[in-house]
Ligand binder design. Sequence first.
Ligand code: GLU
Length: 450
Amino acid sequence: MSYVHDTIVQLQKSSPAQTEFYQAAEEVLDSLRPLLELNPRYHQHKIIERIVEPERQILFRVCWVDDRGEVQVNKGYRIQFNSALGPYKGGLRFHRSVNASVIKFLGFEQIFKNALTGLPIGGGKGGSNFDPKGKSDAEIMRFCQAFMTELHRHIGPTTDVPAGDIGVGGREIGYLYGQYKRLTTRHEGVLTGKGLDWGGSLGRKEATGYGAVYFAQNMLKSLGEDIDGKTCLVSGAGNVAIYTIEKLYQLGGLPITCSDSQGAVYHPQGINLDTLKLIKETRRSSLREYVEHHPEATYVDVESYPEDGHAVWRYKAHLAFPSATQNELTEADALALLGNGVFCISEGSNMASTASAVDQILQAGIAYGPGKAANAGGVATSQLEMAQNSSMQQWTIEKVDKKLMSIMHDIHHRCASTAEEFDQPHNLVLGANIAGFRKVADAMIDQGVY
Ligand code: GLU
């Protein structure tokens, strides 16, 4: 049997029940076939066996006291996956669905994403099964402090630099940073996504969404198209979705959907960005409220979603921006998108599409930017924040945005030219996986067996 099959079987034995991780690993390993055939040295150096095994995994208990005075216990994770290219870099996710498989798939994706940025950052990820929904601000603070009480001993500005992800935004980064500083007495770039007055970078909050749109712009350019006048489907209503929508409007697009865990909004006249920000950034409440402000929009409860997928992908449009979470785009969703005329998909979320959805999309030959390429603007701007911190500078928004644009252009070029090199010019999945892997694998070989 092939090395892909053998590796997955081996992983199933050594790391049982990590389905999301097997899915991420299989996709990458599959793409590598043509590269490995031409370059036996990767097998000789056992790079496949080494790269699927994290360098270090930290699993810890997080105990905190809720508002009723009751003790709560959660699991905390930090997976330091690969440091061949630089310090471990990647976000923290706080969500009830978090387990070892989810953090491991995210950490694995992060290795190749970070390599694609062209910046010196390794791959890591962390988080907790803590559910921020319905928690008071004081509970969020106590949880973040408890989480950092353990995490602080494992991180540092030149070793491992966490950031946000689902459930971790500016507020949480503030509480985490405050606790790090209290415990270590050091004011340093140990987290990214910090507040603008205490070491944060202008443009970091917007970067993932803006970057996913810039990536789509690059894909469209190679088709002789652009964003202007295009109807767009967006899923999610968090940081990535909000700033995807903002950038789409700036470039003349018309985003007509968004969603949260309870339902989806369809607003054919265009999602109202102020209302969305008010509901999600200010009130931190449910999208259900949206239709009270805009009675012409439709709210679809999650109970009424199609059985085989999600409501947002079932509308007529030109472009799609999955910006919610992993496996949010199923095979049936992919077929619906293709049937409705969507010809470009740019993933703001990590591993947005199921394996069979990806197969359908690639078979159809439309422009498709997988998350590890299309959403890399977030982590790339985190690295710009690290650069500003270590040189004690703060750059202007113009400088950061210009760099973000050129980084997204370069990532697209790296993926497209690698896909071309391997005779599959439209397959950016293959291009992204090979380009990211090759960089990391070569660095691992240069640095000797470890
Ligand atoms: N969580 C984001 C990602 O998936 C950002 C990570 C970071 O900024 O370190 O890439």
